[in-house]
Design a protein around this ligand. Structure first.
Ligand code: COA
Length: 368
């Protein structure tokens, strides 16, 4: 029995490779560092989905098809009653995704990628007693997400920062949510089922729910000189520092650097609060120092969630929606893995070792 399935290989994939020793992420043959320089999220969908659908449209059609899918899913806000809107954002978004047909064709895949991008801003607006804004199918996916939230067309820098985020988180080996998607797909249930299972795994604070608490910590620390004491107190209470540590990476998470770069560009164009960034850098340095001393034999480095928190905050996305924006990016990867599992894999059905009590045995008792 391997606790947490650490180091267990449970699938073969052509989709992505997480090299935890050298801090490298490869997505379908391209290293993340290179991919973020030229790819849009729409182009990454073509890259990830190639070979897994009978009729995959050419890359040039993907922006238009995804735009149409955004417009199609928008009608589901009809089902967003007061009870649904009051739920935590990720739960409300999940409930709306559950309304989509559970099929496994390219049309369903596009709806499932469009869904978190449309439902997240709409639910956030409904929670603030505002009307959801209808998608503009002609805009890029990232730009339209930001517009559906604020009502204003984002700057070029903002749209490309969110686009870079979506590309950066699009796929990442056999993480917990992707594994959940593959388990469901292995039973031959449809893509909506696989996506719902994945989103449910993603929302936990040890997976995709960490960036909100990163900002809570920054708010509470408030100024760089308090960082070390605050973090030490949290460790003394036995808490984990959110945004640090990873199951696979033993060096810095390459996605953290890809996002830090996007944040720098926003800062250069005056769209990030410089003081906030300075605070974050001090907190990062203090946390790395304390974690190195606490766990000298287990390298604990900055992970993707730390800079996700800062980037999404700078884009005006409220922290309760961070997991949903993560899902908007990862949905492309979940679908690719679900298709890969359904096409090439077997039913996933591991064993458990029973360590409970044995049944009462009346015959032996009688003999005694
Ligand atoms: N802060 C403090 N201690 C940490 C830590 C963190 N962020 N991450 C790991 N540790 C400690 C653990 O408490 C454990 O100590 P122990 O052996 O005394 O119990 C040790 O380091 C090994 O951790 P382990 O639980 O084996 O790591 P894991 O591989 O199971 O967990 C994470 C990986 C990501 C769940 C873990 O690092 C974590 O909880 N990080 C914070 C949440 C987060 O940022 N999640 C987003 C991930 S992308």
């Amino acid at each position: 029995m391997v606790s947490g399935l650490e180091d267990v290989v449970a699938a073969e994939t052509i989709l992505s490779d997480v090299d935890g020793q050298s801090g490298r992420l490869i997505i379908r043959g391209q290293s993340l560092d290179e991919l973020v320089k030229h790819a849009t999220y729409e182009s990454v969908l073509t890259l990830l989905w190639e070979g897994f659908f009978k009729e995959l449209p050419p890359a040039s059609d993907m922006p238009m098809l995804l735009g149409t899918a955004r417009q199609k899913v928008f009608k589901h806000f009809e089902a967003a009653d007061a009870e649904l809107v009051q739920q935590p954002t990720v739960d409300a978004v999940r409930a709306l995704i559950a309304r989509l047909p559970d099929a496994d064709d390219i049309g369903s895949a596009l709806l499932l990628v469009a869904a978190p991008a449309v439902f997240t801003p709409g639910i956030l607006r409904l929670q603030r007693k505002l009307e959801p804004i209808a998608p503009n199918g002609k805009l890029g996916h990232a730009a339209d997400m930001l517009r559906m939230l604020s009502g204003e067309t984002p700057t070029q820098e903002q749209a490309s920062a969110l686009d870079r985020y979506l590309v950066t988180v699009s796929d990442h080996g056999l993480n917990a949510s992707t594994f959940a998607a593959r388990v469901v797909a292995s039973t031959r249930a449809g893509l909506t089922s696989a996506t719902l299972a994945a989103l449910s795994a993603l929302k936990g604070p040890l997976h995709g729910g960490a960036p909100g608490p990163v900002l809570d910590a920054l708010d509470s620390i408030a100024s760089p000189e308090h960082a070390s004491t605050w973090l030490q107190d949290a460790l003394d209470r036995g808490e984990r520092l959110m945004g640090f540590g990873h199951r696979v990476y033993r060096v810095r998470d390459p996605r953290a650097d890809a996002l830090k770069e996007a944040l720098k560009r926003l800062t250069q164009s005056g769209q990030v609060d410089a003081k906030r960034l300075q605070l974050a850098e001090s907190v990062e340095a203090a946390a790395l120092d304390l974690l190195a001393r606490k766990k000298p034999n287990r390298p604990l480095q900055t992970n993707v969630e730390f800079y996700t928190a800062l980037l999404l905050e700078a884009l005006g996305i409220p922290r309760e929606a961070f997991t949903c924006v993560f899902a908007a990016g990862r949905s492309g990867g979940w679908i690719a893995h679900a298709r890969e599992q359904a096409v090439n894999g077997r039913l996933i059905r591991p064993q458990s070792r029973y360590i409970g009590p044995t049944p009462h045995q009346p015959q032996q008792d009688a003999a005694a």
